[in-house]
Design a binder for this molecule. Structure first.
Ligand SMILES: [Cu+2]
Length: 370
């Protein structure tokens, strides 16, 4: 289960792998966006390259982009203006006029979470740059529903803290360095717990981890506002307590989503509703991220937008789609259950860890929900 790697940071790195989901897209995205001359992209991202190849290095890149002082100031209005300004506004409301909706896909900021498939479950909402945790979880088989009732995209990096470590200490450490933060975490660098991936405005996702250890977990959003401020510095850092008897109730499965080093296979008749076991049958880390795409937007272009924005330290909102959750990176042989109840529309999916070039990885595809 624990995948030892020659990395120097602590578990926070794994938490940050959630970000790498988006960051990895960046590299592809930058290339394809430039090639396509996508309208609205007013300035090329300062491409920090060489990170998509390995989740580790892309995580490192995203850490630095999250932790380092933001070099990019005001985001160009054209790119992701509306959700951005509203994010900023929620912190300093005098700064800009909030504009809440940009596209039809973000016009429904009242997510209706799928019911958790097991009793050992927690709901984590994300109002106003914070994590609102419904209560404690038991260790073992444990379901986390990440609800985004906000109007900008959020993520939930998760790392188990050493005993006695406080969120304040972790926040301070994050300001110093990745290593400093990692030193406060309990697990090895590449521990994948099996938790939700990024969720856009008005969306939610439920992921059931198979063996969540007891402890105190830090929840961190490394996404950034238009002026480069990481959400966690605005208060989006929270805590999840996992305690009590080990839970063993398993979700009832409606099928298996299999990801390996060459492909991803959806179950027959997949229609975007149900509880699916997502299995990494490969030798490398893989994830499964969903995005709802606006009409006429190709997955490659949307993934490019997200990655480009992430890489440049800008909000990922806009770009012709909205992130609809999924399962964060899973190690080889690892699995987690994804419970979805997707609204009608056109969707894309991919394994962000496999975005290593200007094309979508083989582990990607699109489908419709009617
Ligand atoms: Cu956030």
């Amino acid at each position: 289960m624990s995948r030892q790697r020659t990395t120097r940071a602590g578990t926070i790195r794994q938490a940050v792998l959630v970000v790498s989901a988006a960051t990895a897209l960046a590299l592809t995205g930058c290339a394809s966006n430039r090639a396509a001359g996508q309208p609205g992209e007013s300035s090329p991202a300062p491409a920090s390259t060489s990170s998509a190849a390995a989740p580790v290095s892309s995580a490192a890149a995203s850490v630095s982009s999250a932790v380092a002082p933001a070099s990019s100031t005001a985001a160009p209005v054209g790119s992701t203006a509306a959700p951005v300004s509203s994010a900023t506004a929620s912190v300093s409301s005098a700064q800009s006029a909030p504009t809440t909706t940009e596209s039809e896909s973000t016009q429904a900021p009242s997510p209706q979470p799928a019911k958790a498939p097991i009793a050992n479950a927690v709901i984590i909402d994300t109002p106003g740059m914070s994590y609102q945790v419904s209560g404690p979880l038991r260790p073992g088989v444990a379901a986390i529903t990440l609800v985004n009732s906000d109007d900008v995209t959020h993520m939930m990096a998760i790392g188990r803290m050493k005993d006695g470590v406080t969120l304040k200490q972790l926040t301070d450490a994050l300001d110093k360095s990745e290593d400093a933060a990692g030193a406060l975490l309990a697990d090895s660098p590449d521990t994948a717990y099996g938790t939700p991936s990024l969720v856009g405005a008005g969306k939610s996702t439920t992921v059931t981890a198979m063996d969540l250890p007891a402890g105190h977990y830090a929840l961190i959003c490394f996404l950034q506002t238009s002026d480069g401020m990481p959400h966690y510095k605005m208060g989006m850092i929270g805590e999840l307590t996992v305690t009590g008897d080990k839970a063993t109730e398993m979700p009832a499965s409606d099928g298996t989503i299999t990801i390996d080093d060459k492909s991803v296979t959806l179950p027959d008749g997949f229609n975007g509703s149900g509880t699916f076991e997502v299995v990494n049958n490969g030798k490398s880390p893989h994830g499964f991220s969903l995005a709802r795409l606006d009409q006429g937007t190709a997955l490659a272009d949307y993934a490019g937008h997200v990655g480009m924005a992430e890489n440049a330290g800008k909000p990922v909102d806009g770009g012709g789609g909205v992130l609809a959750g999924g399962v964060d990176v899973l190690g080889p042989g690892q699995s987690a259950f994804l419970t979805v109840n997707l609204q009608p529309g056109h969707y894309g999916y991919l394994s962000p860890e496999d975005m290593t070039g200007p094309q979508l990885p083989a582990q990607s595809g699109e489908f419709d929900v009617h």
